[in-house]
Design a protein around this ligand. Structure first.
Ligand SMILES: N[C@@H](CCC(=O)N[C@@H](CS)C(=O)NCC(=O)O)C(=O)O
Length: 235
């Protein structure tokens, strides 16, 4: 299988997809997209938003992390199936993925770019992992942190929150409440684990990651999923 993932290094939606690729054992070349002009993106249908992640998989171009995970499950249904056969568990897995898309992926940037120091570090991580030229790289470092910090402030306001860390605490409480078994919706890995663990991996380089790992229930589950990813990943 030939795959190319167009991504931002710190985009939680892209991390969801990376978790899916690892678990399915699909190797993907990664193209870092410049967040300021997105000129690396391939040509997308008119109705498609100019957003990452976008994947090209054996000639098929798919955008939106949820549709990309669906595609991965479709092309390799036998490996780590994402959707449980039990109807109640399947509904729960889909509900948790929706929660990731609507809540967790918005809360995460607020703890990555919440302070100027964090935003500057985030811009550095993006510039470091990119293949941009020198001038673009400097622009991403300087302009990136400013934009990202503003974005974090806007997200908090839009969601009626004032403190990203307190919001993350609420979200970690929610994840803990779901964790009644080895995985989020039962004894087997599902789409819910792919989405939540994947999204959380975008903060591994930031101080908030320590507070996530300080919760034993979450830390054990996180490592369980990370080990499965490591065992099947081909990148
Ligand atoms: N629903 C989309 C959301 C993707 C998304 O919002 N991506 C952000 C990065 S985390 C983006 O590309 N933003 C660029 C922009 O809005 O200009 C998905 O699940 O893939």
């Amino acid at each position: 299988m030939q795959a190319t993932l167009y991504q931002f290094e710190l985009c939680p939606f892209c991390h969801k997809v990376k978790a899916g690729l690892d678990l399915k054992g699909i190797k993907a070349d990664r193209v870092e997209v410049n967040p300021m002009n997105k000129k690396e993106l391939p040509e997308l249908p008119e109705e498609a938003p100019k957003k990452v992640p976008v994947i090209e998989l054996d000639g098929r171009l798919v955008y939106d992390s949820t549709d990309i995970l669906k595609l991965l499950d479709e092309v390799k249904p036998e490996v780590s199936p994402f959707l449980p056969t039990d109807e109640t568990q399947r509904a729960k897995a889909l509900e948790i993925e929706d929660w990731v898309d609507d809540v967790l992926t918005f809360a995460l940037p607020t703890v990555i770019y919440g302070t100027w120091g964090e935003a500057a570090k985030a811009a550095q991580v993006t510039a470091r992992t990119s293949n941009f030229g020198f001038v673009q790289n400097m622009a991403v470092r300087a302009g990136g942190s400013m934009i990202m910090h503003q974005v974090a402030k806007r997200i908090l306001k839009k969601n009626g929150k004032t403190d990203g860390r307190a919001w993350m605490t609420e979200n970690l409480d929610q994840i803990e409440a779901w964790l009644q078994d080895d995985f989020l919706v039962g004894p087997e890995l599902s789409l819910a684990d792919v989405a939540v663990q994947g999204a959380l991996t975008c903060v591994t380089e930031f101080p908030v990651f320590e507070s996530i790992m300080a919760r034993p229930k979450i830390a054990t589950w996180y490592k369980r999923v990370a080990d499965l990813r490591a065992a099947s990943a081909v990148n």
